[in-house]
Design a protein around this ligand. Sequence first.
Ligand code: SF4
Ligand code: SF4
Length: 372
Amino acid sequence: MSKVFFASARARKWRYSDSMPGKLESLLAGSIKEKYFDKDEWVAVKTHFGSDGAHRIVRPVFLRIIADAVKNSGAKPFVTDTVRIKGLDYLEVANRNGINHLSVGAPVVLADGLYGNDNIVIKAGEILNEVAIASVIHDASAMIVCSHVKGHINAGYAGAIKNLAMGGVSGRHRSCGWKCGRGSMHTLGEGLFKWDSEKCILCNQCAEICPLDCIEFKDARFEYDSERCWRCGRCTRVCPEGALTFPGDDLIFLKSLPEAAKAVLSTFRPDKVLYINFLTEIQPECDCMPAADVPVVQDIGILVSDDLVAVEMASIDMIRKQAPLPSSLASDQAVKAGQDILLDIHKKPYMTTIDEAVRLGLGSLEYELVEI
Ligand code: SF4
Ligand code: SF4
């Protein structure tokens, strides 16, 4: 049975070893062994840099502890993420969110280059066919998948699988464009937008959020550049009226995530990837949104495992035991203690993703929780 190591967010004694940074050090001292990383091996620490306004990411203090642990094992870490907006702007976002070489003690690099098109197409599965893996992740021989666990408007639950799938695949490829990028998970077919003029209030939020400036309104009519559009879905998600949609299917989307994650992991030896899930500041939406809401449950702690499904299942089990926090989206929606909070908030059957990950051989639902 796979082991999942856990450190609680509670500090029951006023000493460093009872703090979350102190406990993360202890967790990693027991987890990062020579079996994972070779001397001088480059280790990708894959995280999410967040966005302007979404500050509830894995904090730099934790990234630094992870980088230090990798260095202590004799290997060489770098912190990385794929481009979500224009590359230089995304590095600035990382910097503003506190992630830079000085703060994390390791180089901070864009996994798919300044333009988000430095990637390598590999075979995926029945849904996606092919995906463009960020070249830095594709070529790295070892990785720590460092995920901020939260809710997600489309995925319901977002943790390590989503971090690998959406975060390991680029927005677009030089030849196949968005169709082998992460947009192929977001939409179906040609991914053509449907704009409802009756619902649209011309607030312009969709145009403002577009990282590629693809959208404009001419004579109060929605227009967009379909060739350049990544199908990232940011515009549809911020639309307050539901006036902008593109074709999608919840179950296909949920199953496409582990398929993409499997493609990303296929570029690594199985014993070269470690997962760290941060169950902290568990807010309802993705870290790429233009704002972070307050958490829907209390901070829980940090989980470490080398089994992708086990670390996800343990995370879900722990969130399910939590009471919804007052003054949060969970309480707005009258979610009660004992209910599945993330399921009730977003109404997405997120276990589809986990079950598909098991079917694809990405790990085990059964785990042994080892608390430090
Ligand atoms: S999906 Fe929307 S926000 Fe994303 S690139 Fe296309 S038009 Fe812009
Ligand atoms: S965000 Fe929605 S309501 Fe606002 S302009 Fe765009 S389509 Fe219209």
